[in-house]
Design a protein around this ligand. Structure first.
Ligand SMILES: [Mg+2]
Length: 231
């Protein structure tokens, strides 16, 4: 019998296949906005440049250096600028369209449904995510997994982001759980894993790319289906 009662999942890149969904949305945007006319060579180049710029800007956002609204449009205007197109208005339009389109995408990480089905009768399942409030709910509903979860705790609700202990404390309070009987499952060592460890909660590091690291983790898996053996 497992010591755990509550399982907290990260959402993006743990259950919801962020990379596949994002690429799909960006390809559609490339076509719909006829970006080849703006000098963007092809959809693949558009996606690659956007991905690099988005990562940099997310770092700045995490550090509190830029606001959400600016992040959303700037990642597109900077991408356009890379291809010689200076058009902030178009950047804002692309940013808005991406926000509408991307959460409607439904690709899940392999074995997500099978594993949630297996765990649902045995544990109380919840989400802790650093994503934006308004989009995370849409992702959960569209991809058909919302019903598995009792509570969805976002960083906006807690006014803090993982690994800040505030997020986890809010999660314990909202779910009536405690660190000793809970486990956090996520793909990010810096946010999910170190955050959970910081409040004394066990962790499962989901590491499909087999990244080499020196962190001390409770469990490590490459494939979500391994959760059926651990939990
Ligand atoms: Mg993640």
């Amino acid at each position: 019998m497992s010591r755990y009662r509550h399982i907290f999942f990260d959402l993006d890149r743990t259950l919801w296949d962020f990379d596949t969904n994002s690429k799909e949305a960006l390809s559609e945007i490339y076509t719909d906005f006829q970006l080849e006319r703006e000098g963007v060579i092809d959809a693949v180049s558009f996606i690659n440049v956007y991905t690099g710029i988005n990562e940099q800007l997310w770092k700045a956002y995490r550090l509190g250096n830029i606001h959400k609204a600016l992040l959303r449009s700037l990642r597109f205007s900077k991408t356009l600028e890379h291809f010689g197109c200076r058009n902030n208005e178009l950047g804002v339009s692309l940013g808005n369209r991406y926000l509408e389109l991307s959460p409607m995408k439904t690709a899940l990480m392999p074995h997500t449904l099978e594993v949630l089905d297996h765990l649902a009768g045995r544990y109380k399942l919840h989400i802790i995510t650093n994503g934006f409030d308004e989009v995370q709910g849409i992702k959960l509903r569209q991809s058909g997994i919302a019903g598995f979860f009792q509570e969805v705790i976002t960083s906006e609700m807690a006014s803090a982001r993982k690994p800040d202990p505030m997020v986890f404390k809010l999660a314990f309070a909202k779910t009536g759980s405690a660190a000793a009987t809970s486990v956090m499952i996520g793909d990010d060592l810096d946010t999910d894993i170190s955050g959970a460890r910081g409040v004394g909660m066990d962790q499962v590091y989901f590491n499909p790319a087999r990244k080499v690291h020196n962190e001390d983790v409770t469990f490590e898996i490459e494939n979500l289906s391994e959760l059926k053996l651990i939990l």
